[in-house]
Design a protein around this ligand. Structure first.
Ligand code: ADP
Length: 620
């Protein structure tokens, strides 16, 4: 296949500092690069170092906290260099590796780099590691910062580490790395006029919609970027906006194009936001916070900011996650506004009063490390077997609280990943090898013991692909009837329902039409099949029974579901809740004093009656 013709690197602020950057990299093992969003950090730094010969002794790894950014930016760099993705330039995200022997510039999520360091702690395959978007302060990037600090002591002569960010406190990171240099890349940013609402709107979708239409009717040409909290809001907003634009009086405004932008959008739809608007047409890009700093959309002159973001929060008292809509921080609000001033003076409409911005918003977003369960990370650090690492004293940029580290140790103990003395167990080591969260890994290992590994693999794959079951969108009777044909779990719960759905698709020979007929996302279902194959390959070396689906065709018996539920209860032993028959509810047993005893009793109960609820990791 011929290679695509190169589009060539554009002239971005960072290009003018090429010599300065290379000189700093040459003279120091670690440097920090701070530059405005859109200055070219993600797409150009790797190319500069590639051009200057840094890929002769190893590849360049560029980490991204978000999968969507790893895919999108690598595609862009491949296009600029005129190569096909997966050759000189590639990407690796969990369950998807588009790299080859030839790959010199590799974009990968921070989680994938952590995983690579499990099998290759010195990361010898890389001559340069760029930790991009460090201001996002993802848990994995924070752990990588600590690991890089150790690594450069061992590889001072042949490894270069760059930490890049749009808003990070450069001095703090520099102090963390014993005073390494900080390069500031000044960007051109035009003034952005900010308009505040007098009150918080009761319905921010409706309010954003009205503001967007107002801009379309009254303002000069220029694209509009609208921040929403998640996919559901975006879908609603896109369809309502299209409808209202169509109903505007004909000829009253220029044409309009409404485009969604979020992490679960198929790549071919994601790239649409990077094509400029057609003549006499205004683009409305309705996005999540991926458009804050991860992906730079050119042509934006107006920003509509609802002031909210969806954030995953962990509650140690229940051991559960929730996905909450919360207020953004002032740093986020400023980043959002800044998107309007990249090419010319712009306007930002903030759907909240300025007093809320000043007094209610936090200065900066709370780093993920302070609002997440650390069980997976602690297990990972323990499995690295670093002789001098005491988990409670690991060198973090912002250390997590002692409570959350202890909470992680307790969780790991409950699912047998560590023993009483805190040492990683054999089970824990197996768990760390699986690219899943500890509870799901533990479920697979237990399922292997109980003889239901094949079913558990399917459940783990479908959960990892985040397939959602929605109400049918079909308006006709036939569509509704088809949807009702989907298995319902036969009273065995959501996990069994997911298993049955996947098995029905297997019976239909993986026909994509079967998915669309039943209102299931074809892409998500195909992805879960792919994930299942990968997981089953990884687990082969310990598998005691068949992992393929063929061996199970047509078998759907109660004892098998019972075994699967047992495995899930062991895996999620730290998230069990007891049914309170007289109160019509459930009582979590996570952190009572006699916790271990309690879990043990409950475990026995589950074995006997199945009268327990095993909660999945995120509740809405
Ligand atoms: P930074 O990392 O400093 O925020 P980037 O390197 O991501 O900056 O972006 C630099 C330029 O490259 C921007 O103008 C952006 O629009 C463009 N760009 C980035 N990714 C893509 C893509 N996938 N397709 C087209 N253009 C892109």
């Amino acid at each position: 296949m011929p290679s695509p013709s190169p589009s060539g690197p554009p002239v971005l602020p960072i290009s003018e500092h090429e010599d300065e950057i290379v000189a700093a990299v040459e003279a120091n093992p670690v440097i920090v690069v701070i530059g405005e969003t859109g200055s070219g950090k993600s797409t150009q730094l790797s190319q500069i170092l590639h051009r200057r010969g840094y890929t002769r002794r190893g590849a360049i790894a560029v980490t991204q906290p978000r999968r969507v950014a790893a895919v999108s930016v690598s595609r862009r760099v491949a296009q600029e260099l005129g190569v096909s993705i997966g050759e000189e330039v590639g990407y690796a995200i969990r369950f998807e590796d588009r790299t080859s022997e030839k790959t010199k510039i590799k974009y990968l999520t921070d989680g994938v780099l952590l995983r690579e360091s499990l099998s290759n702690p010195e990361l010898k395959q890389y001559s340069v590691i760029i930790l991009d978007e460090a201001h996002e302060r993802s848990l994995n990037t924070d752990i990588l910062l600590g690991l890089m600090k150790r690594l450069i002591k061992h590889r001072a002569s042949d490894l270069k580490v760059l930490i890049t960010s749009a808003t990070l406190d450069g001095l703090k990171v520099s102090n963390f790395f014993s005073g390494c240099p900080v390069l500031n890349i000044p960007g051109t940013i035009f003034p952005v006029e900010k308009f505040y609402s007098t009150d918080r709107p009761t319905n921010y979708i409706e309010s954003s919609l009205r503001t967007a239409i107002d801009i379309h009717v009254k303002e000069a040409p220029g694209d509009v970027l609208i921040f929403m909290t998640g996919k559901d809001d975006i879908d609603k907003m896109v369809s309502k906006l299209e409808e209202r634009i169509q109903n505007l009086e004909e000829g009253s405004c220029m044409d309009a194009l409404v485009l969604p932008l979020h992490g679960s959008l198929p790549p071919e739809q994601q790239v649409r936001v990077f094509s400029p608007a057609p003549p006499n047409c205004r683009r409305f890009i309705v996005a999540t916070n991926v458009a804050e700093t991860s992906l730079t959309v050119d042509g934006v002159v107006f920003v509509v900011d609802c002031g909210y973001v969806k954030q995953r929060q962990y509650n140690p008292s229940t051991g559960m996650y929730s996905l909450d809509v919360v207020e953004i921080s002032r740093v986020q609000a400023d980043q959002r506004a800044g998107r309007a001033g990249r090419t010319r003076p712009g306007k930002c409409y903030r759907l909240y009063p300025s007093s809320i911005y000043q007094k209610e918003f936090l200065e900066a977003t709370v780093p993920e490390i302070q609002r997440t369960s650390l069980a997976g990370s602690v297990l990972y650090l323990k499995s690295l077997n670093l002789p001098d690492i005491d988990i409670l004293k690991f060198d973090f940029l912002d250390p997590p609280s002692r409570e959350s580290l202890e909470d992680a140790l307790r969780q790991l103990y409950l699912i047998d990943a560590i023993d009483e003395s805190g040492q990683i167990t054999d089970v824990g080591r197996l768990m760390a090898e699986l690219p899943l969260d500890p509870s799901l890994s533990r479920t697979l290992i237990e399922a292997n013991e109980l003889g239901c590994l094949s079913q558990a693999l399917t459940v783990a794959a479908v959960l990892s692909a985040e397939i959602t079951l929605r109400q049918t969108r079909s308006k006709d009777m036939e569509g509704k009837r088809k949807r009702q044909e989907l298995p319902d779990g036969s009273g065995w719960g959501d996990h069994v329902q997911l298993l049955q759905i996947f098995e029905s698709w297997d019976q239909a020979d993986y026909d994509p039409r079967w998915c669309s007929d039943h209102d299931l996302q074809v892409r998500g279902m195909k992805f879960s099949k792919d994930v299942r194959n990968q997981l089953s390959q990884i687990i082969q070396k310990i598998a005691k029974g068949p992992t393929d689906l063929q061996a199970r065709r047509g078998r759907k018996s109660d004892p098998e579901y019972r075994k699967l539920r047992r495995a899930l209860c062991v895996g999620y032993g730290n998230q069990l809740a007891e049914r309170m028959i007289h109160h019509n509810g459930y009582h979590t047993v996570g952190y009572r004093t006699q916790l271990v005893q309690c879990i043990h009793l409950l475990y026995l109960k589950v074995m006997n009656t199945g009268n327990c609820l095993c909660m999945s990791s995120t509740t809405n």
